[in-house]
Design a protein around this ligand. Structure first.
Ligand code: MG
Length: 125
């Protein structure tokens, strides 16, 4: 199976089972959780680069344009780091015997119905 042939979340999970076997990569849940955490740190590092670059550009083009320009410079690398995180999420689901599509659908259905009494994650304004 090749990445361009994958269409569904089960396809992605199957790809990662195949890739783990082909590469001889660990199936250990704890190790893969640690590796995912490292990848999240790599995402944060890319976002940090965007922030710093935007601050440098802000004087010459304004805040919004500076942010867009900085993001454009790092979008490719940020995308790769997000992809690494996604890969580890598929691996963790595989290693734990989780049907990620079913889990995702069930959890998002729950979130749609949920009312937060405090600001939800990601909405701190
Ligand atoms: Mg990475």
């Amino acid at each position: 199976m090749f990445p361009n042939e994958m269409r569904t979340i089960p396809d992605f999970q199957a790809f990662h089972r195949w890739l783990d076997e082909r590469k001889g990569w660990s199936q250990d849940l704890k190790l893969n959780m640690i590796l995912l955490t490292g990848e999240v740190g790599e995402v944060a590092n890319e976002v940090r680069k965007v922030l710093w670059r935007a601050q440098l550009l802000e004087a010459e083009m304004g805040e919004e344009a500076a942010w867009e320009a900085a993001l454009a410079e790092y979008r490719h690398d940020l995308g790769f780091e997000l992809a690494d995180c996604l890969a580890y999420i598929f691996k963790l689901a595989n290693n734990a015997g989780i049907d990620l599509e079913a889990a995702y659908r069930a959890k998002m259905a729950k979130n749609v119905q949920r009312e937060w009494t405090a600001p939800p994650p990601g909405n701190h304004e």
